[in-house]
Design a protein around this ligand. Structure first.
Ligand code: 13P
Ligand code: SF4
Length: 312
């Protein structure tokens, strides 16, 4: 019965999509049924690149608020819908604009590189944006002597500092899903699965990243599992990515690093607020709609476009 219900929901979404010339963009952390109905599934960089190129009149962003904001900034004349307006991000929330403005004033002469997981307001105060897949390239595009503030993710910032030998000033922010991943859990999993490789998202703590065989964005992690000869992976990120990993490599085994012994999953509570039902309702009602002021759009667009140009 449940299958029949979701089947008809899928048909209705497909029909509305055609009627309204809408496109569905989804992040890898969305529930599998949303990923399967999306026109494009990707990481933050892929999603921004897709949002920039789309010819659709309506963008339904199945992701979190800062991602939909980025799509709106890149497409001010299009309608950008998000299935649940409350789908925020703990990392973006860890950097309130008023506090960041004060912080920034303490470091004159510094360039501000902000990870895309931040609010549109923070983007207006940034010189350039980066994502987990291009952070190294963006940072390295500045001369070695350039002083840099990196916000809001201290873990990604510390990882890039280590990779480049730089000493960027880091905002003390983190993601509640990745920052809680413990080395003890990983060590136990490694002992139980000595034939597995550990792959991790750079939002994890340095002590976790030190144990990893590969570190990368969600797309980077997915590609790595596809290309690698290894048959088993311990995955230190959000559980949604496993859907595409299993689809791409059905013969391989994926073990998610759970944050809790009693739980076999690692879910982002914000990403998982979006459901197929909410996606249908938002396309049908054309609400909730993501709105931003003209001045925020104009100011936030520059650092995003600068990043996209460098990522071509
Ligand atoms: P990616 O850009 O690697 O998909 O990361 C987005 C994110 O929110 C990770 O928590
Ligand atoms: Fe934000 Fe973390 Fe969720 Fe990614 S996983 S959207 S960084 S709270």
């Amino acid at each position: 019965m449940k299958t029949r219900l979701s089947d008809s929901l899928i048909e209705r979404i497909e029909k509305l999509k055609k009627e309204k010339n809408a496109v569905i963009l989804a992040h890898y952390y969305q529930v599998p049924e949303i990923q399967d109905i999306a026109d494009f599934v990707g990481d933050s960089l892929g999603l921004s690149q897709n949002a920039l190129q789309t010819k659709a009149d309506i963008i339904v962003f199945a992701g979190v608020h800062f991602m939909a904001e980025t799509a709106k900034i890149l497409n001010p004349s299009k309608k950008v819908l998000i299935p649940d307006l409350n789908a925020g991000c703990s990392l973006a929330d860890s950097c309130p604009p008023e506090k960041f403005l004060k912080f920034k004033s303490r470091y004159p002469g510094h360039v501000v590189i902000s990870y895309i997981n931040c609010s549109a307001q923070i983007k207006t105060m940034s010189d350039i944006i980066c994502t987990s897949s291009n952070a190294l390239k963006i940072v390295e595009s500045f001369p070695k002597e350039q002083k840099i503030i990196f916000a809001p993710d201290k873990n990604l910032g510390a990882y890039i500092n280590g990779m480049t030998g730089r000493n960027m000033v880091l905002w003390n922010g983190s993601c509640e899903v990745h920052n809680i991943i413990k080395t003890e859990t990983i060590i136990k999993l490694k002992a139980a699965h000595p034939d597995a490789l550990l792959i991790a998202h750079p939002e994890c703590k340095a002590i976790v990243l030190e144990l990893a065989d590969y570190i990368g964005s969600t797309t980077g992690l997915l590609n790595y599992t596809m290309k690698s000869d290894c048959r088993k992976f311990i995955v230190a990120t959000e559980s949604g990515i496993l859907h595409q990993m299993k689809k791409a490599s059905p013969g391989k085994e994926f073990i998610i690093v759970s944050t809790d012994e009693a739980c076999s999953c690692n879910d982002c509570p914000y990403m998982k607020m979006n459901t197929l039902e909410k996606l249908h309702a938002c396309l049908y009602n054309e609400q909730p709609e993501l709105k931003l002021s003209k001045s925020v759009i104009e100011k936030a667009k520059k650092p995003i476009l600068r990043m996209l140009k460098l990522s071509e």
